[in-house]
Design a binder for this molecule. Structure first.
Ligand code: ADP
Ligand code: ZN
Ligand code: ZN
Length: 742
């Protein structure tokens, strides 16, 4: 007797375990691990779906009570065994249910009807068509006549055009097919997301530094080593060229490649280079694709046509049978962290996938995440540096403008005098300008315009947030004080909430420079992907002088005409109420600087701030990553923040405030009752930084620990206990080493 362990597709946490079913004889040899099946469930034997995760010939249960699997779910796709293992890693490491983890690793779950391109072709010559048309006319078969006359002009016409625009019925066509006048040709067409001609490839001879990386990685592989590598190189230093060479070498070994890039960088320019080099063996997936397009990608992977998959984090789940390399470009990007349960980090999951498939993992960035750099220092990853720009451009001149000084000298505008005069200069020279505003910190921090002091939590060393009721709160620990009237440091009354938006900047620009053509790009002006691309291409075509935007505009785009970049308020980034604020600020400032002077003219960058002495700003000005890292890691070590320690956010959401508060206290109680070998710190529960969103109240408990495993124990305990509550209006989520605010 053959048994199957089945994970059922139902979103009730109590049922989050495998159920044993018997495999009927007719399905033996057909059902495999990963098959999606239909099973009778519960007292009423309601038919529901599930995934087989294991086949076995033993069962602990009374044989007579075991039910049979009904059938394989029609049109379903089997989960690959590697992906099943990956799902179980994700569940264990980040929490959530087995079914939820399985669904995460299966972006394509069912077959989608293929698009068929039907065409009508004539089988007789023009003279014959002509006399047939005459005959049809005599018999008043108008539709047939129309078709025959069209076929004299074009011997091959699309079927849908004939039944559509030409208004000829399927019957009329069928009768001509029967008489052997025409034939219908069918071809399956893949919905190809890359719909352009293959461009010309320019392959470079690798520089010495680039070649060193490729040789060193290949030597490791030959010695049977499977390492993780980090390439630290500024934009334009040749990282992508190295990726392509490493991929090429794996393809020669008969292996496949996955390359992750942030969704926002999935631009035409980037894809074209891969398409030029590798042709149709490259494909791409992204979040805007239809189910049909996804399924076609899946088929092409299964049939071995596609060997390189490029995409955002879900591209990791491409079911290749012989994966050789995973690349994560811009590895520091926060979009690699999933924002729904399970909140996995693509970098860590890629590490596990590499381990399961015996592949290598290559990370790349101009401003590596503190996490990855820490792993290089500890010897877990291997570090390479690419130090020079291959395009020959020099790095721009960076000025830091002290806005306290501006105020003291009577300048109350949002533009420092230097930025103002440089904008004027560029407008006169018809060169382009980008103005960048960080939009993080929804509730805003409080700072003194006189001395630059920012009010911080004495316990957590992150900025306090100003709330509508004029209180200042720490959203890590809940520490709360009333808003002050005077600066605690210098006594000035110029202390207030810090808020600025792109729209406000746009108005100021229009007022100061009425003759400039201005484009604005932020979440409001780019509801659709097309809007986003339209704005970029208009700016790239020099249809505007100034582009104003949020972090969206600093990423990866090459605008040759830009010679001035202004960071309107670096304070927004460095004072975000988050332990990663310094890291993110540094990354954004370096990237923003990278936007200036990509063309022939050298660029200039103006960073405006009330805290010019902040290390993230000083190091970004000097473009000194290592110095930045040393200061940042010292702060993390002192406060036991990741990557030195580990942090778990237990997030509690619900529509009834009292219940959310009560639940968060109950959960804290569970954690208090546990004992650990090493010390842990429990912070909160407190309100989340967004304490209410879409009518849902949000609270959070933070736990800091040396060992990640202690956090997993806490997660397991909370999952186990909350199962009993049968929560209806509340939900509990886990975020390990959070990257995005909550
Ligand atoms: P990154 O990915 O680090 O931004 P790229 O690989 O895109 O860098 O390289 C930047 C530019 O330099 C590209 O235009 C690329 O074609 C060119 N390039 C890369 N490697 C070489 C090389 N060895 N010789 C000449 N040009 C190169
Ligand atoms: Zn002050
Ligand atoms: Zn605090």
């Amino acid at each position: 007797m053959l048994y199957a362990l089945v994970i059922i597709d139902i979103s009730v946490e109590v049922l989050d375990r495998a159920f044993t079913y018997a495999v009927p004889e007719k399905l033996e040899g057909i059902i495999e691990e990963g098959s999606q099946v239909v099973i009778p469930f519960g007292i009423g034997n309601k038919e529901i779906n599930g995934y087989v995760i294991e086949l076995t010939d033993k069962s602990e249960f009374d044989e007579s009570k075991i039910k049979y699997i009904k059938e394989i779910l029609p049109k379903s796709i089997k989960a690959d065994s590697t992906l099943i293992k990956l799902a179980s890693y994700i569940r264990k490491t980040y929490g959530s249910t087995q079914i939820c983890a399985l669904k995460t690793v299966m972006p394509v779950k069912k077959t989608v009807k293929q698009e068929v391109n039907k065409r009508v072709v004539s089988k007789v010559d023009k003279a014959a068509l002509s006399s047939l048309a005459e005959e049809a006319k005599r018999k008043h078969k108008n539709a047939q006549e129309r078709l025959l006359r069209e076929l004299i002009k074009y011997s091959d016409i699309s079927y849908s055009f004939i039944t559509g625009k030409m208004n000829v019925s399927a019957q009329s066509i069928a009768s001509l097919v029967k008489n052997d006048v025409i034939a219908i040709n069918q071809e399956t067409i893949y919905r190809n997301p890359i719909k352009i001609d293959r461009p010309e490839d320019t392959e470079h001879i690798l520089s010495k530094e680039q070649q060193f990386i490729v040789d060193d990685v290949n030597a490791d592989l030959n010695n049977g080593l499977r390492n993780t590598y980090l390439i630290h190189g500024i934009t334009g230093s040749g990282k992508t060229e190295v990726y392509m060479k490493l991929i090429e070498d794996r393809l020669k070994e008969g292996k496949q490649a996955i390359m992750l890039i942030p969704e926002i960088a999935l631009t035409y320019q980037n894809l074209m280079r891969f398409y030029a080099r590798f042709g149709d063996s490259v494909s791409v997936i992204h979040s805007k694709m239809t189910q049909g397009e996804r399924y076609d990608q899946y088929l092409k992977v299964k049939e071995g046509q596609v060997k390189i998959m490029i995409g955002p984090r879900s591209a990791l789940f491409t079911p290749f049978d012989n994966l050789g390399i995973i690349i994560i470009d811009e590895e520091h990007e926060s979009s690699y962290k999933a924002d729904n349960m399970p909140k996995y980090h693509a970098r860590e999951v890629a590490g596990e996938l590499a381990r399961l498939t015996d592949s290598i993992l290559v990370l790349g960035s101009a401003t590596p995440s503190v996490d990855s750099y820490y792993r290089c220092k500890s010897g877990e990853y291997k570090l390479y540096k690419l130090n020079s720009r291959l395009t020959g451009n020099t790095l721009p001149e960076v000025y830091v403008e002290d806005m306290r000084e501006e105020l003291r000298e009577g300048n109350k505008s949002v533009f420092s005098r230097r930025l103002h005069s440089l904008i004027k200069d560029r407008l006169e020279k018809h060169e382009q300008i980008m103005l960048f505003l960080n939009r993080r910190g929804v509730s805003g921090f409080v700072s003194c315009r006189e001395c630059g002091e920012v009010v911080k939590c004495p316990h957590c060393d992150v900025s306090l947030s100003l709330h509508y009721d004029s209180s200042l709160r720490c959203h890590y620990c809940g520490h709360e004080i009333p808003m002050m009237k005077k600066c605690p440091k210098c006594g000035s009354d110029k202390i207030k909430g810090f808020k600025a938006g792109t729209e406000m900047i746009e108005q100021m620009v229009k007022k100061e420079f009425p003759y400039a053509l201005v484009l604005r790009m932020d979440a409001d002006s780019t509801k659709h992907q097309e809007d986003y691309e339209a704005i970029l291409s208009r700016f790239s075509n020099r249809e505007a002088d100034i582009l104003i935007g949020t972090q969206m505009i600093v990423k990866g785009h090459d605008f040759k005409g830009v010679t001035l970049v202004g960071v309107m308020a670096a304070d927004m980034a460095i004072n975000a109420p988050d332990y990663r604020a310094g890291e993110r600020a540094f990354q954004q400032l370096v990237q923003a600087s990278g936007r200036a002077g990509r063309g022939d003219n050298p660029g200039e960058v103006v960073i405006q701030t009330y805290q010019p002495e902040h290390y993230a700003i000083e190091r970004a000005k000097e473009q000194d990553y290592d110095a930045f890292y040393e200061e940042e890691i010292a702060f993390r070590a002192l406060m036991l923040y990741p990557p030195v320690g580990n942090l778990l956010a237990v997030q509690i959401i619900g529509s009834i405030e009292e219940r959310v508060i009560k639940l968060s206290k109950v959960l804290k109680g569970y954690i208090d009752s546990m004992s650990f070998e090493k010390d842990i710190q429990i912070i909160g529960p407190g309100n989340a930084s967004l304490s209410k969103k879409c009518d849902q109240y949000r609270r959070v408990i933070y736990i800091k620990a040396i060992d990640y495993d202690d956090l997993i124990k806490i997660k397991d305990k909370i999952e186990f206990e909350t199962e009993k509550f049968k929560l209806k209006t509340e939900s509990v989520m886990f975020d390990f080493n959070p990257v995005n605010g909550f």
